[in-house]
Design a protein around this ligand. Sequence first.
Ligand code: GLU
Length: 410
Amino acid sequence: MHDSLTSQQAYFHQAADILNLSQNMRVLLLTPQREIKVQVAIERDNGEIATYVGYRVQHDKSRGPMKGGLRYHPAVDAAEVLTLATLMTWKTAVVNLPYGGAKGGISVDPRTLSAGELERITRKFVDEIHDMVGPDKDIPAPDMGTNAQVMAWFNNQYEKFHGHQPACVTGKPVELHGSEGREEATGRGVGTITAATLAEHRQPIKGAKIALQGFGNVGSFAARYLYEQRAKIVGLTDMTGGIWNPEGIAIPELLDYAKTAGGVADFPGCDSLTNEELLAADVDVLIPAALGGVLTAANAKSVRAKYLIEAANGPVMPDADEILLAKNVVVVPDILANAGGVTVSYFEWVQNRQHFKWDLTHVRSQLDKIMADSFQRVWQLAQEKKVPLRTAAYVLGIGRVARATTLGGI
Ligand code: GLU
């Protein structure tokens, strides 16, 4: 079985044991509603035909329409999309949004495509799946390798079949039915959860040393938020390389630099740093905000951080999780830590359906409230049941889905 799928199911069963879920209920909850796999063929700019495979897995709809991102990445395959769709079901339940879970993607490296090619694969993908998604069925959003522009193309193509339907997709540009604050939302949520975790341990955020892996949509906004809270981001890595500055990296300058340089590598005034060095850095907080599966049994032993905040989806493998637990590292799981994105996606969907626009202050205050309340629910549950935060989050999320399933019947 695919590694990420096995690891996700291991976490599921830990919580299912605490919830006393029957074997039949476990099978029902783990079995996806629908798995879609389609051909996405386009003509490339040079006139050649290129064929890609697109996926959409609709995992569970017991709590509402299914919700989750669209990932354009070469590692996308059926197992990965199923894993991520399942995570979305628990994630929307942890923050109590009226949604189920889904995920999709195309197995492609978007950096190898021109803007026109990216637009064509997006429109072609919509042509193939439009009947199975929609505002009351399944609502895609950005994920790795996709952004507001891709969502705008998705929306436009969907509307060619179904008329005006801006709520068919979220994460759209603010100028085209998108929400204020959606782009920063996942990173801001990671920042607020980091602050709440430190506060619960009576450690001030001001001066806390942080190592961050990834400077994309999630990592860069998390860095900005934490910098504004006076934390010290001392280490940062991305696809171009890594930087280290024990005095704290100047994040506003780095944001400008990365825009032109294409990444963080060689940012002036910093030493260079490898990914492995970053994961083992002597810091208070480690935030993996890039790919899944980065912490394994092999490198978890060297983690020196006291807190690990999962900004990426599935960055810690179960055997690494056990090692971290034994070392008393507090791990805040993805389904809580990075739920800010889908939360503001929900606000966007609500605004689209009500034809009423919220301002940034309102979006931020509603997001901060949901993140703080959800953190407290998970934290209290962890104390009550004497379990790690991940198990508590899974118990909360899976418990809600199981109850909705039981109440609704099959
Ligand atoms: N792709 C994001 C996630 O993994 C956001 C999903 C959404 O906004 O629907 O949570």
